[in-house]
Design a protein around this ligand. Structure first.
Ligand SMILES: *Cc1c(COP(=O)(O)O)cnc(C)c1O
Length: 217
């Protein structure tokens, strides 16, 4: 696989889904990948990347931005409130907003900094105890809490259970987004991004299919 292959498959999926070509954002998930693989994708002109950890991203992206110019960075992994400031300074989007305490911290910082990344509320569609995200039954209320704090919630994000049909989870996420008037859907990874596009994904998060297998993480 490569960036070109994935981009071609994404365009084909957009067309099959009756979506405008180029309308789905491809987030290249570079967590844990060696720098030379990330640089190769940057050299091909790609400028939208995803990371799971604030610390790891802070270690490598300032350098890549120096060498390659502006990059849209998306935080995909859990965010602790005490890292919220650093995350807001580094990332253009945060996909893991999932609890009131974090929402409050982001709202305070947004006031102070005069800006805020695009936010996605993470929904634990499979209600898995080990996974982050608000329960589907609590999503509407949490979205309104975030809106009451003036947070720029753009959409929802989910990571379906590994052993279940992802399409059911994508459909559930799309339904929750629609009834809350949220335009963005962050769903679909290496194994199921085409399916996610069929179900309305606006952002797909593809790691190993672009960069190759990860050593860890
Ligand atoms: C690692 C990760 C991805 C990318 O996974 P791949 O299967 O390598 O495409 C997408 N989303 C999240 C939240 C991740 O942690």
């Amino acid at each position: 696989m490569s960036l070109d292959d994935i981009t071609r498959r994404l365009r084909a999926a957009e067309i099959r889904a009756g979506r405008a070509p180029g309308s789905v954002t491809l987030i290249a998930v570079s967590k844990v990948q060696p720098d030379d693989r990330v640089r190769a994708v940057l050299d091909q002109g790609h400028r939208v990347f995803g990371e799971n950890r604030v610390q790891e991203a802070a270690g490598k992206w300032p350098g890549f931005r120096d060498s390659h110019g502006p990059v849209d960075l998306h935080l995909l992994g859990p965010l602790q409130s005490n890292k919220a400031r650093q995350a807001m300074e580094l990332f253009q989007a945060i996909h893991s907003l999932d609890r009131p305490k974090l929402a409050q911290a982001l709202a305070r910082l947004a006031q102070e900094l005069g800006q805020c990344p695009d936010l996605f509320v993470q929904v634990n569609t499979g209600e898995e105890p080990q996974k982050a995200g608000v329960a589907p039954s609590g999503a509407d209320e949490f979205v309104s809490q975030c809106r009451a704090l003036d947070l720029p919630v753009k959409g929802l994000m989910c990571i379906p259970p590994a052993d279940e049909q992802p399409s059911l989870h994508f459909a559930l996420l799309a339904k929750i987004a629609a009834r809350n008037g949220l335009p963005a859907l962050s769903m679909g990874m290496s194994g199921d991004f085409e399916e996610a596009v069929m179900q309305g994904a606006t952002h797909v998060r593809v790691g190993s299919a672009i960069f190759g297998a990860r050593q860890t993480g």
